[in-house]
Write a protein that binds this ligand. Structure first.
Ligand code: SF4
Length: 288
């Protein structure tokens, strides 16, 4: 079995920065360091961070200590204010790409556009946007949801940074024929779109695709959906133990991709396991 590894693997810049900031905060601290929920959507990394002194809570009464690390996707205002009120040092690891997207959203709303954002309901990036803009923003996850939006005057549309490029395209195309005026801002993160574009090329070459990343990771799930949309048998795994040798019976070429919050050490373990299963001599060079 031939193993083709995608070129863009492992942490994106924003996740790498957030993890390093949390580790730095734990090293410097004399007291507890907290995040609100998982710092990133990868349970194995979160476990390692806990071992290094970065605790997580989702209860305000549990949020007390020396430092509070804001995740790459930001945090709700009430949580931040609580941490400050408790005298915690705030380490803001919000990704600059997310900050920029939110600023663009505020500007569109200020300019009087009916703001529609393609995103996951409940994703921290959308929750914090809704918190600031309230009724001035409508979050839609699917084309069906976009169809149900009552379109008024001029519409501004943008996307959660980790959304599917294809989903965004479809919703923009739909709104373009409904709105009198449509302003489209591409706020998809380049680190995500480059992986999705690479996935589109990779699925043309392989019989099966393995996507490595947290089961709760939005961008990893998008890569999995993309493989399945192209009718390539696609497996979403977090750790190498999930790989079942039976999946690869008769498979000549398998592609391997990862989400943006998947650490290199898990990718290495997955590749070793695939080499064992497929009796592969070597992992191929990256696809162009
Ligand atoms: S995927 Fe993009 S927006 Fe999200 S943390 Fe990484 S660099 Fe930032």
């Amino acid at each position: 079995m031939e193993i083709i590894v995608a070129k863009h693997m492992g942490f994106c810049g924003g996740v790498k920065r957030a993890v390093e900031m949390a580790q730095g905060a734990a090293q410097q601290a004399d007291g507890p360091v907290f995040t609100w929920g998982p710092l990133i959507h990868n349970p194995q990394v979160v476990q390692r961070l806990q071992a290094e002194g970065v605790q997580l809570t989702e209860q305000l009464n549990g949020l007390e200590g020396e430092a509070f690390v804001v995740s790459a996707y930001g945090v709700e205002h009430a949580v931040l204010e609580h941490a400050r009120a408790k005298g915690m040092r705030v380490v803001d690891a919000t990704c600059p790409v997310v900050i920029r997207a939110h600023q663009l959203a505020y500007k569109l709303a200020d300019e009087g556009y009916q703001l529609i954002v393609v995103g996951d309901h409940g994703h921290p990036e959308m929750v914090t946007l809704k918190e600031v803009l309230g009724d001035k923003v409508t979050i839609v996850h699917t084309l069906e949801e976009a169809r149900r939006v009552k379109v008024r005057g001029k519409v501004g549309v943008m996307s959660q940074t980790t959304q599917s490029l294809e989903n965004f395209r479809q919703i923009v195309a739909h709104l373009a024929v409904r709105a009198k005026e449509l302003k489209v801002l591409n706020t998809l993160c380049p680190a995500i779109t480059v992986r999705q574009e690479e996935a589109e090329r990779l699925v043309e070459e392989v019989d099966a695709l393995v996507v490595v990343g947290g089961h709760g990771s939005s961008n990893t799930t998008r890569l999995t959906e993309l493989g399945r949309t192209h009718a390539v048998t696609t497996y979403h795994i977090e750790v190498p133990d999930e790989l079942d040798p039976a999946w690869f019976a008769g498979v000549e070429k398998v592609g391997v991709m990862s989400g943006a919050s998947t650490p290199d050490w898990i990718i290495t373990q997955v590749l070793h396991r695939l080499q064992e299963i497929g009796d592969a001599q070597a992992v191929n060079a990256a696809v162009s």
